[in-house]
Design a protein around this ligand. Structure first.
Ligand code: TYD
Length: 203
């Protein structure tokens, strides 16, 4: 049995991280690894219902309520999907995780970052990503990629997205060992090569 790994993909909306996650999954499978894909919000099962509320509910949602919904989905993802797979020696790739809550609810919405980190700790119950990619891109380019059909979070505005981006870069400075910033303005193939290089350093 191989060593289990937990890897997260982060970045502002439209940064291309989901494409890169799928490319990496294929690369790892081709190299004989067992790979599990998951995402937040929207861990399989109950998480899909939480995702529906978070992205599509059109009534008022308080910032604290929003945070707790993301955290509830996270706890479920950790307990039901991530921990069992890592313990079986699989490689788990997760589209968004703890750093999203710091960047979006902390920097973006303006909630206290230390408190968000504390709540994240409760939600993950000791499990931390072994490696995190932050796909960094300027907000105008990423918003063009998202297009007109925006969900509730994507509709929060350019200033919000700029704060989110800054939030990620601050986190990467605080935890340079875990968080690797990748220039997401490059071509899909170039970005994939950078991701593979970093992955091979932890495999
Ligand atoms: P999603 O469609 O998954 O966006 P993307 O494809 O860009 O990942 O929507 C997730 C949205 O939820 C995204 O705008 C980021 C936001 N989010 C938070 O605000 N806090 C969180 O803790 C998480 C996990 C996501």
């Amino acid at each position: 049995m191989g060593k289990g790994l937990f890897i997260t993909f982060e970045g502002a909306d439209g940064c291309g991280k989901s494409t890169q996650m799928n490319l990496l999954a294929r690369y790892l499978k081709d190299n004989g690894h067992e790979v599990v894909l998951t995402r937040e919000p929207g861990a399989k099962g109950l998480g899909e219902k939480v995702r529906e509320i978070l992205l599509n509910y059109d009534g008022e949602v308080s910032d604290r309520c929003e945070s707790f919904l993301f955290l509830a989905d996270r706890a479920q993802n950790i307990d039901i999907i991530i921990n069992p797979a890592v313990e079986e020696g699989k490689i788990v790739l997760c589209d968004r995780h703890i750093d999203s809550t710091v960047a979006y609810q902390g920097r973006g919405r303006g909630l206290d970052i230390e408190r968000i980190k504390m709540l994240n700790d409760l939600a993950v119950n000791g499990r931390k990503p072994d490696l995190t990619f932050v796909f960094d891109i300027d907000v105008e380019t990423s918003m063009k990629r998202v297009g007109k059909d925006k969900d509730r979070m994507e509709s929060a505005g350019i200033e919000f997205q700029n704060r989110v981006r800054k939030g990620y870069l601050e986190l990467a400075k605080q935890e340079p060992e875990r968080i690797k910033v990748i220039d997401a303005s490059k071509s899909i193939e170039e970005i994939h090569l950078s991701v593979v290089k970093l992955i091979n350093s932890v495999l």
